[in-house]
Structure formats: C-alpha cells, structure tokens
Ligand binder design. Structure first.
Ligand code: SF4
Length: 450
C-alpha cells in the first residue's frame, strides 16, 4: 500500500524551507501521497529516507520509452483515473501495423504516407507515431526483410511483432539500436523473449489473455528475470471487454498501487472491428480509457485527424488551456490601414478568428489579450477580459504605431464593453464585430472602410 501523507512527512527534513515550492514539509508530503509531485523537488531528503520513500513517490504506472533519438514514444507515468483530478501526461502512441506478407512496394508506399502525415491544430503539429511490423508469414527471413525495409524508410519508433524468439532475435540484430518494443512474451515463449529484451535492452510487451491473475504471474516472472520496461497486453479486444479490463488495470495501478500491473497497455482495436468506422470508434474509446499505445490496422487521413484531435483534447491539462502569447499578430500581410480586431489568448479562439480573417480577403491585425487561456465569454464572465485589460494590451504592444486609423473591432459577445472601452481609449472608435468568428468576413465587407 502507498504511504499516507503523515507517514511520508516523518521522512522529510521538517524545516519548512519552501524550496520544493510548498509552504511546509507537510504540504509537500500530502502532494507526494497523492502522487502529483516528485520527491526530487526536495533537495534535503537523506539517502535512507529516499529509499524508504521511493515506492511512495514513484508514479503508479511506469514510464516506458519506445524508440531512440529524437523520435520516441513515451507512455505511462499516469497518476490519476480521471483527467479533471489533475491531468493525463502521455497521450497514447498511434502506430500502424504492417504485415511482412504485404508486397514490398505497398509497404514502402504505406510507410511514406504514414510518416508524411501531419496536420496542424491550434498551432500544434499532429502526427502518427510509428509502425508495428508483424511476422505474419511466420518466416524469420521475410520478417527481417520487412523490418529492414521499413527501417530504411523511416526513423519513427517500431514495434516488432512475432511469437517466435528466433525470428525476433534476427530482426533485433538489425534494428535493436532503435530500441523497438518487443511484442510479445507469452507463457509459451517467455524465456526466449526475456533473454532478447535483456540482451538488446528493449522494452517488452507481455501478453496473457487468460485473466489478470495470469497476467500478473507472467509480468512478475518477466520482471524477476530482469526486464523492467514492460507493456501489458491483457488480450481484451472488443468494446465491452476492453473498457472493463482497461479500467480495472488503471484502478489497480492508481487506487491500489498494485505494482505488478503498473505498466502502460497496448491495444489492437482493428482486431475486434468489422469496419473502418468500428476501428475508429474503438480507438476513440481506448484513447479515453486508457491505452498507452494503439496499433491501428488501417491508415487514412480522415480517420487519423479526429483521433489525434481527441487525444490532444483529452491529454491537454484541464487547468492550463492551450494559450497564445499576448501581443499583436499579423494575419496575412496587413498594411497600416488594415482592420484591427481584438480577441483573447485561448488558442482555439485565436485560431478560429485568425482562420476566418485569413480567408476573408482582408489582411488584418489581431490584438491578443492575456485572459489566462480563457475564451471570450468565459474570460468576460470571469472578469479577465474587460475594457481596462484590452486598453492596457493596446498600449503595451504599441498598436497605435502599427495602424494609420483608430478603429478597433470587439468580439460581438462582449458588445457590452464598448462604452467602457471608449473611456479607456478615448482616441479610438470602438466597433462591435460579429458574435461568432465565422461572421467576420461578411462584417468586414459591410463595415470596413478605413
Ligand atoms: Fe520541507 Fe524539503 Fe520542501 Fe524544504 S524542500 S519545505 S525541507 S519538503
């Protein structure tokens, strides 16, 4: 069982020096007990106390890294059941399965498409994470050829899938320096796979579909043999099974601090799906509950974009909205006489209005106020988007020097600020724009004459 805050407190220096960022050692101990901070924040804990506290301060789900160099997939290290309790840290890795029975030209084409896929959302680049190469042919030679082909086309992380330690060993000889995930140790091949994972220092997936007791036994065997980086495959495939088992695994790790199952989980949504839509739906479920790495059987941009967006939404810290830096932004190539709009620094708000301005045919200036990442109405109702703050931003970023006119367009939702803003910016004409970003193009056509 994890230690309570009071038990942890006994091991701390009790000087209340505040260097950890908390006002007292007790406050820090309480945070350690909830697994939301690292013990390393306190520089004064003795070595003996560190050892004693290590188990209490260690994240309940081990952080596993697949791949090497700049492109890696990091999974695990989660500390809560629900994102609103704190946040989820490591979004699931999306990898696409390639079978070694597929023709080489098809493999090369698919690798190129997946590796080259990229979309931008709220200023972030969303991409898929790697490939799972399956020894479908059951032939070691074919497996090695396919692994080498994929490796020659991409430096994205790999999962090697074979039940045969001999084929796995041959493939690892070629690509072990890139630290692929070895999939998978089972009851039948456990000793051979453990030896390979240890020899090549690669993470090892453990697959046991018979039940969680059996999975626990196998994981304990693997870890006792010296493999520390483990990924779990409990064998759950369909919607109901997957939801139940994944939730159980997360509860055991987070609520019960059950170390043998404190590892991230790999899923295969395509194996239970009869259509592409079902695969996408099941993947969505597993993004929310609680996959560490998801092996997709199909790739299409239409399926990838919503899944990556869902993952981004779920793994964004709910207490820290994605924000833009306050300032004045150029949309297109604005001139001094171009329109000037004001908005908040919530990224989604910024990109909505920036996108509409871009397609409106009016290159524009966009003043972004610091509203702590809140959208227009939320910020206004929280008192973080008011006339004083808008005027302060206009002055702070010398907006008057950028434009030759004195017209500023407010979002329609905060039309109520017009009077106050006229008082704060007496030299400016305050215009009330549309309530929704989508209306800004029509608004400018009808109203902008500067
Ligand atoms: Fe206490 Fe250590 Fe935090 Fe100082 S840094 S307040 S000694 S826990």
């Amino acid at each position: 069982m994890a230690l309570s805050g009071i038990e942890i407190y006994k091991f701390l220096p009790k000087t209340n020096c505040k260097e950890c960022g908390f006002p007292t050692c007790l406050a820090f101990a309480m945070k350690l007990a909830s697994k939301s901070v690292e013990l390393s924040l306190c520089p004064y804990v003795s070595e003996e106390s560190k050892e004693a506290l290590e188990a209490a301060s260690r994240p309940p789900i081990r952080l596993i890294t697949i791949g090497s160099g700049e492109k890696t997939i990091e999974i695990g290290n989660e500390v809560v059941m629900f994102r609103h309790e704190k946040t989820f840290y490591h979004p699931p890795g999306f990898v696409v399965r390639i079978k070694d029975t597929a023709p080489a030209d098809e493999v090369a084409k698919l690798v190129g498409e997946v590796a080259g896929y990229s979309v931008e959302r709220v200023g972030m680049e969303l991409k898929l994470d790697g490939f799972a190469i399956e020894n479908d042919s059951k032939d070691g030679g074919n497996f090695v050829k396919c692994v080498e082909l994929v490796k020659s086309k991409t430096d994205l992380p790999l999962i090697l899938m074979s039940s045969d330690p001999s084929a796995m060993g041959q493939a690892l000889e070629k690509v072990s320096s890139s630290k692929p995930l070895v999939y998978a140790a089972t009851k039948e091949n456990c000793d051979g796979m453990v030896e390979l994972a240890k020899k090549h220092e690669c993470p090892l997936a453990v697959c046991e579909p018979e039940g969680l007791d059996e999975l626990t036994d196998l994981v304990e065997k693997v870890t006792a043999a010296g493999v520390e980086d483990v990924v779990l495959d409990p064998g759950a495939r369909d919607f109901g099974q997957s939801l139940a088992i994944m939730t159980q695994l997360r509860r055991l790790a987070i609520k019960k601090s059950f170390r043998p199952l404190g590892y991230p989980v790999i899923t295969f949504p395509g194996e239970a799906a009869t259509t592409l839509e079902e695969e996408a739906l099941l993947t969505g479920q597993q993004v929310a509950k609680y996959a560490g790495i998801i092996v997709l059987d199909h790739f299409s941009p239409g399926m990838s974009y919503p899944l990556l967006t869902l993952s981004l939404n779920i793994y964004t810290d709910p207490q820290k909205p994605i924000q833009m830096a306050p300032g004045i932004y150029e949309i297109g190539s604005p001139r001094p006489e171009s329109p000037l709009c004001v908005t908040t620094n919530f990224s989604l708000t910024y990109f909505s209005i920036a996108g509409e301005l871009e397609s409106s045919g009016f290159p524009s200036w966009l003043v972004v106020c610091d509203t702590e990442g809140l959208s227009v109405l939320t910020a206004w109702s929280a008192g973080k988007f008011d006339a004083e703050r808008i005027a302060k931003t206009v002055k702070e970023f010398n907006v008057a020097e950028k434009v030759s006119h004195r017209n500023v367009i407010l979002p329609g939702h905060v039309a109520v600020l017009r009077g106050e803003l006229e008082e704060e910016l007496p030299d400016w004409k305050i215009m009330v724009g549309p309530r929704e970003a989508v209306g800004v193009g029509v608004f400018l056509k009808q109203n902008w004459t500067a």
